[in-house]
Design a binder for this molecule. Structure first.
Ligand SMILES: NC(=O)c1ccc[n+]([C@@H]2O[C@H](COP(=O)([O-])OP(=O)(O)OC[C@H]3O[C@@H](n4cnc5c(N)ncnc54)[C@H](O)[C@@H]3O)[C@@H](O)[C@H]2O)c1
Length: 366
């Protein structure tokens, strides 16, 4: 099978390609055409830049190119670091036709994308995701933003990239735990809307664990196709796009309560998907067998499926009440009717959620 996949996010005049496959960083002919201006700022971080920045810069001959290397970590997804991007743009006298290249994981993509959305009211940016999570999720769809002390992603903008270039070779250097956390988001696409893809993942768990190049590239392409289709139908999350949050309301509460950094985002989402599936079973929406299948698949990827012991369910519920999806002071959650059939459910009874949050067993076993 051809290891290179190209898809399109169909947003009319703002449509853009997603290229996925090995060797893309060095294949500038494939991505240079997305850069139409004569000025480019590559934004990366101090972990990714030593590995890949030089190769990207080598593909930028003939334009005025500069780079900015930020510190690594979610703690630096801030307005302060965004200001450094503005300063770098100012230093190169960047005009409206300048382009930012975001080289890194979701943190760099979100921050550099937000800088692009706001510099001179919006310039182009090109996503070069280097984590599995960024390849299957954050680089596609145009959600950009940074954190405030008051909360995650509180400042941001919808701003679509001009292209996404996912060089799967970059995953070779990604730490195992980060790779597995990305697999949680891969499972999410099967769980929320594609039972065939879910079964495909079950059959290929071994190849994915071994990071088989073609299998990984195909999995990324299938996830991106899903996300692209949903984004094309509901760019600004007025409806269907919220389904992509399957497992996330529970997961965000866990991330916040455990403290950022102790659970990776994907790990929290894995636990959260199990909790959403269990609640669906409790509410009579889906059979317990589907929740069990979900937890088995997550476990086969080495992901956690039970919440850490000792968490306060009331504190978790308090975090869940702050979720952007809630309406009229009542919880609105993405639950499911079984594998591939996620659904938004409003007015969820907090007592039922509390039971799931205090359960110590595996998903489906309440
Ligand atoms: N915009 C969206 O739609 C969206 C969706 C999901 C998540 N997010 C955001 O994405 C962020 C999480 O993204 P992430 O999981 O990619 O985290 P990350 O960007 O922090 O990357 C994880 C770690 O891997 C390192 N790394 C990245 N690529 C590497 C490589 N190829 N080799 C070695 N190390 C590498 C990074 O330096 C970092 O230490 C969060 O801020 C989250 O809010 C955004």
């Amino acid at each position: 099978m051809n290891p290179l996949h190209t898809l399109e996010v169909g947003l009319g005049e703002r449509a853009y390609p997603i290229h996925i496959g090995p060797g893309l960083l060095d294949d500038a002919t494939r991505w240079r055409k997305a850069i139409t201006g004569r000025q480019v700022l590559v934004v990366s971080n101090e972990t990714v830049a030593p590995l890949y920045l030089e190769r990207v810069m080598a593909g930028l001959d003939g334009v005025q190119a500069a780079s900015l290397v930020l510190p690594d970590g979610e703690a630096f997804k801030t307005l302060e670091q965004t200001a450094r991007v503005y300063e770098a743009l100012a230093a190169m006298s960047a005009s409206r036709d300048a382009c930012i290249v975001a080289l890194g994981g979701g943190v760099i993509g979100d921050l550099a994308g937000f800088a692009a959305a706001s510099w001179m009211r919006g310039i182009d940016f090109l996503q070069m995701p280097t984590t599995l999570l960024a390849m299957v999720d954050s680089s596609v769809g145009g959600k950009t933003g940074v954190n405030l002390p008051a909360g995650k992603n509180l400042v941001g903008a919808f701003h679509q990239p001009c292209a996404v270039v996912a060089d799967t070779d970059t995953l070779d250097t990604l730490p195992d735990r980060e790779y597995r956390a990305g697999l949680a988001e891969v499972v999410k696409y099967g769980a929320l809307g594609d039972a065939d893809f879910f079964a495909w993942l079950e059959q290929r768990a071994e190849a994915l664990n071994a990071r088989d190049t073609d299998t990984v590239a195909e999995a990324i392409a299938r996830c991106c196709a899903h996300k692209a289709a949903i984004v094309a139908r509901d760019e600004t999350e007025r409806g269907e796009r919220a389904l992509l949050n399957f497992g996330h309301t529970f997961g965000h509460a866990l991330e916040t309560e455990c403290g950022y950094g102790s659970l990776l985002h994907g790990e929290a989402v894995a636990i959260g998907m199990g909790q959403a599936a269990t609640l669906s079973t409790q509410l009579g929406m889906a059979g317990a067998a589907d929740a069990t299948r979900l937890s088995s698949l997550l476990q086969s990827f080495g992901l956690p499926v039970a919440a850490p012991a000792g968490l306060d369910p009331d504190a978790l519920l308090a975090h869940m009440r702050l979720d952007k999806k809630n309406l009229g002071g009542r919880l609105r959650l993405v639950l499911w009717r079984g594998i591939g059939r996620a659904q938004i459910v409003g007015g969820v009874d907090e007592a039922r959620v509390r039971e799931v949050l205090t359960a110590r067993g595996l998903p489906g076993s309440l």
